[in-house]
Design a binder for this molecule. Structure first.
Ligand SMILES: CC(C)(COP(=O)(O)OP(=O)(O)OC[C@H]1O[C@@H](n2cnc3c(N)ncnc32)[C@H](O)[C@@H]1OP(=O)(O)O)[C@@H](O)C(=O)NCCC(=O)NCCS
Length: 184
């Protein structure tokens, strides 16, 4: 499907004024900016954000308010477990926080992926990692699990000793089972 068609299909004006779409290459620079200014995310190369906009647009979303990028989520299906959606980064520009923008980004993405489409199986599990000091992100995913009636479990994954640069540990948050519902 052409990217433009897909974007039009994904458009969801919602109630808070944020339009949510799958990203295109034109969105990569703003994602990089929001990640840089987030105060919490690892800033990856600008190239990495462009790559997600090209190769993982289906499992990523961008929110815009009045034409301005307000937030994004980047995800991919794990190659060895394609019914599992890994959320790599999610961030909302400080000016738009506390307005459910990130909750809507997640709901929009998962709503599509829990319905089987083409050769890929329906997503049944969402995974992400969160450092122990990131209470906003913990609240976001706890709220998501509650809304979707799914269990949230945490297990160690990336230990501080795995990182070469003093990075904090990143435990794994696993949320499931996710099933299609008319509530989201
Ligand atoms: C985490 C982040 C994406 C949340 O975005 P947001 O759009 O403000 O979140 P929402 O408005 O959708 O809120 C979702 C839930 O989290 C809660 N929450 C949001 N920010 C919070 C905070 N700072 N402290 C405590 N709870 C918080 C909300 O109350 C809400 O809970 P509810 O649904 O039970 O009412 C945003 O704070 C951010 O960009 N932080 C920096 C980047 C980051 O840490 N990303 C996650 C790691 S990959």
């Amino acid at each position: 499907m052409a990217t433009q068609e897909k974007n039009a299909q994904d458009r969801d004006p919602g109630t808070d004024g944020a339009a949510i779409t799958s990203p295109s290459l034109a969105d990569g620079a703003e994602m990089w900016r929001i990640a840089r200014d987030s105060g919490a995310l690892d800033l990856n190369s600008s190239y990495a954000y462009l790559m997600f906009c090209r190769d993982f647009a289906r499992t990523s979303r961008i929110a815009t308010v009045d034409g301005e990028a307000a937030g994004f989520v980047l995800g991919y299906r794990r190659p060895e477990r394609p019914d599992c959606l890994f959320v790599w980064q999610i961030a909302v520009d400080e000016r738009f926080r506390g307005r459910q923008v990130s909750s809507r980004l997640l709901d929009h993405l998962v709503r599509t992926e829990v319905r089987a489409d083409g050769p890929l199986p329906a997503v049944r599990t969402l995974e992400t990692t969160i450092t122990d000091d990131n209470t906003a992100s913990q609240a976001l995913f706890t709220s998501f699990a509650r809304r979707w009636g799914a269990e949230l479990t945490t297990v160690p994954l990336f230990a501080a000793t795995h990182f070469p640069d003093g990075h904090d540990a990143e435990p794994l948050y696993e949320i499931g089972p996710l099933v299609p519902s008319d509530d989201h």
